[in-house]
Design a protein. Sequence first.
Length: 212
Amino acid sequence: MIKVLTVGPLEENSIIIIDEDTGDAVIIDPGAEGKRLAEELEKFNLRYILATHGHLDHIGQVGFLKEIFDVPFFMNERDLFLINNDIFPGFSQMIGAYKCPEPDRHIKENDLIEFGRFSLRVIETPGHTPGSVCFYDEKNQFVITGDTLFKGSIGRTDLPGGDMRQMENSLKKLMELPDETDVIPGHGDTTKIGIERKTNPYITGVHRLRLW
């Protein structure tokens, strides 16, 4: 079971993946509304806190949840410079962010995060940030894309550490996934890889210009 909770003023998607047989769960990108997230997680056996990248609207409640549940936090080390970086004046106050701790594990390409019937493979997708990653479950046919790929759009590349050339290469990697793969992004509605391959203007434009 996958629960997508849209939280905070930026309407960020915090994603809880639950194995219904064991009650084991992970949360990905706990960005805001920590008490609401904690209430949801109390129903399950939380194993890990994961981050697709280091922007505060995606990790703003990591510290809060670690205090309650005392579980490991995983993130790519290239985004360490962002974990307590406001980016904009007053950003952390706006979303009620807690001080984010150092990750317990630095995840990288092809690492596997396994619990219950789920096996999340890490795909490094720099571009929005240097350490952006996606989490892909081949068996259950879904990918958590953070702010790399949205329905009909992509993450911005004009923030600290952003890079459009890297984003283009990351999109190419994601377009190698099967068409039927569900895409669960960091903001907005879910979609499918096949739909984005055909209709996302950034994908179709990149296809014509330089990636294939």
